[in-house]
Design a protein around this ligand. Structure first.
Ligand code: MD3
Ligand code: FE
Length: 219
């Protein structure tokens, strides 16, 4: 600190370390903790307007993850395929707006990982009950892969499966706990990933469930 020259360092917020998982993939442990109760209330408003539902894959399989969305676009899967839509097919209404607290978290996490200017227009909300898993897949329904995806883990911890660029590549296992934020960009943006079956546990945020938010630039 340089009190005499007036160059004071501002250090009001606790400092979060940014841990690199892989080129372009950064874990911000606990980054969402300061706003978790605001997110909890915001999610109640989102799921009141656009309730969680189990979508169907193009191969007619029911997904075990319950999903909804907020923002200008929501992610939809049905027999016709995967895509982003401005209207929720269940309610016939536009998806609920992205809550300001979630939008701000997404911008700040992306900037902290070296992606300034990220303005998500879609937030997919995934809910995992005990035993729910998400099979290995790539996220490629977005227009521009130069934008990262920001994921926010809430509630019960999960083992995240982080593969490579090909489905058969080896898979690393990473535990993601309540409040952890991961930014997936650059060379990691198109890597295969999934979630191992959720264990039986309890967390005050969502009881037996894990909630994951993924903030995306869809268009
Ligand atoms: C790595 N969700 O919604 S978030 C999904 O925990 C999804 O609900 C998981 O995969 C979940 O599509 C994982 C972490 C994540 C999200 C996007 C990625 C990891 C990623 C894109 C590229 C590489
Ligand atoms: Fe994904």
């Amino acid at each position: 600190m340089e009190a005499a020259t007036g160059s004071l360092e501002l250090d009001l917020e606790p400092h979060h370390g940014v841990e690199r998982l892989a080129p372009g993939a950064y874990v911000l442990r606990g980054f969402a903790l300061p706003c978790s109760s605001e997110i909890r209330m915001a999610l109640d408003r989102v799921t009141e307007a656009a309730p969680f539902r189990h979508m169907t894959t193009p191969g007619r399989r029911r997904m075990s993850v319950a999903m909804t969305s907020c923002g200008a676009f929501g992610w939809v899967s049905d027999q016709r395929g995967y895509r982003y839509e401005p209207v929720d097919p269940e309610t016939g209404r536009p998806w609920p707006a992205m809550p300001e607290t979630i939008l701000r978290l997404g911008r700040e996490a992306a900037a902290s990982a070296g992606f300034p200017g990220f303005e998500p227009d879609a937030c997919l909300v995934n809910r995992y009950a005990p035993g729910t898993k998400l099979s290995l897949h790539q996220d490629k329904d977005e227009l521009d892969f130069s934008w990262p995806i920001v994921s926010v883990s809430l509630g019960v911890s999960a083992i995240f499966l982080f593969g490579g660029e090909r489905r058969q590549d080896p898979v690393a296992r990473v535990r993601l706990a309540h409040g952890d934020v991961v930014v997936w960009g650059g060379r990691s943006r198109l890597r295969y990933h999934g979630v191992a079956p959720l264990g039986d546990a309890w967390h005050p945020f969502a009881g037996p469930c894990r909630i994951n938010l993924t903030l995306r630039r869809a268009r």
